[in-house]
Design a binder for this molecule. Structure first.
Ligand code: 1CP
Length: 340
């Protein structure tokens, strides 16, 4: 036992109560986040301001005493570090200079990459200084597939047609982009770990749009490469893989990528979640809407999850990020229920 509950769970020890943290635990549902957000100009400016990003990371820790702090940043900053133009437009979301042909795929310049994103490492340094030992910092990156989706589409998309067309027909160019993102992700995570994160989460938010053949080539294989390389550089690092929407592919994702724990979205049946616990610890998977509505729906859903999963290695989380209109009191009630 390490006195760090979430690390114990990641080492397959069963904890009661289970450790708990939330995806998007810092964000617009917190009035103190909205205050800071008003002070810093844009969202990217906030992510790249170590003092402010550190403060925002700490907000949910101070309020709820969660079992991990996730560094405040965004998966798309990696595109900025690679030299692409990135903006977040109020009410619309991210806009990236799109990749239209193979010529738009840059080669990886590691020095320039780190220079552009070094403030994130500085945020991690600061967090390490102020957090108590039992609350580790979670670092993260988007997976190559999900980041490639934003780069090829130029932002969010309804149907992600472009990335699939590339994956099916422009296989060489597509692989070049995935390989660039594998290199960038490894370099980025390596530096986050050196700065002090003890846990990594790989966000594969758009795993759910990939048919099986593409899932194997563009999700499982790159994840496996990243995990292998990061673990050879940092043998004690723990890696959580979150392949949202993976459905029946979640078994192979959990079994063949080398990750230490698997994050589950809310559609994964609890019977399957509990089978997965025989392979690796699981994290999840309360529907964010259940947290938004609160009351008896929240209690019943939380109960089902606790009954099914708390007898195995388990980290309580949502199946996706906290929604902006979520009442803070519902979060308090949920944590009380999980910890009682
Ligand atoms: O103005 C604001 O406050 C912007 C809202 C916001 C926030 C709070 C965005 C824009 N990103 C974030 C923070 C963020 N994003 C974190 C911080 C740490 C924490 O969890 O508290 C993390 C881990 C992310 C990761 C992220 N960004 C993902 C993966 C998780 C997921 O939600 O699936 C994705 C897909 C993004 C892209 C992104 N960032 C923001 C927007 C609007 C989008 C696009 C979302 C979409 O395409 O639907």
């Amino acid at each position: 036992m390490s006195n760090v509950p979430i690390l114990d769970t990641l080492n397959k020890t069963i904890k009661s109560p289970p450790p708990i943290w939330f995806m998007r635990q810092a964000g617009r549902y917190l009035p103190e986040y909205k205050e800071i957000r008003k002070l810093t100009g844009g969202f990217i400016e906030l992510c790249l301001n170590p003092q402010m990003a550190c403060e925002v990371t700490m907000q949910p820790i101070k309020r709820f005493n969660l079992n991990a702090a996730i560094v405040f940043s965004d998966i798309l900053l990696v595109t900025l570090a690679l030299g692409y133009k990135l903006k977040f437009i109020e009410g619309q979301g991210p806009v990236i200079s799109p990749i239209e042909t193979e010529k738009d795929i840059t080669s990886f310049n590691e020095d320039k990459f780190h220079t552009r994103i070094k403030n994130v490492y500085e945020t991690i340094n600061r967090l390490k200084e102020i957090l108590p030992k039992e609350i580790p910092v979670i670092g993260f990156a988007g997976s190559p597939w999900t980041v490639a989706a934003y780069m090829l589409e130029g932002g969010s998309s309804r149907d992600y047609t472009k990335i699939k067309i590339w994956a099916f027909t422009r296989t060489k160019s597509f692989q070049l982009l995935i390989d660039l993102l594998i290199d960038a992700t490894i370099a980025y995570l390596d530096k986050q770990i050196s700065a002090g994160v003890q846990i990594i989460q790989l966000f594969d938010s758009w795993a759910g749009i990939a048919p099986e053949s593409i899932f194997r080539k563009a999700i499982i294989e790159p994840t496996k490469k990243i995990v292998k390389q990061i673990k050879s550089l940092h043998p004690s690092i723990k890696i959580i893989g979150f392949a949202r929407g993976a459905g029946a592919m979640i078994r192979d994702y959990a079994s063949y990528t080398g990750i230490d724990a698997v994050g589950l979205d809310s559609t994964i049946p609890l019977s399957i979640a509990s089978e997965l616990q025989n392979i690796i610890p699981v994290q999840g998977n309360l529907d964010p809407i259940a947290l938004l509505v609160g009351g008896s729906a929240l209690k019943t859903e939380t109960n089902r999850i606790m009954q099914s999963l708390s007898s195995g290695p388990f980290i309580f989380n949502l199946g996706h990020g906290i929604l902006p209109n979520t009442p803070v009191n519902n979060v308090i009630e949920l944590i009380k229920q999980v910890r009682s």
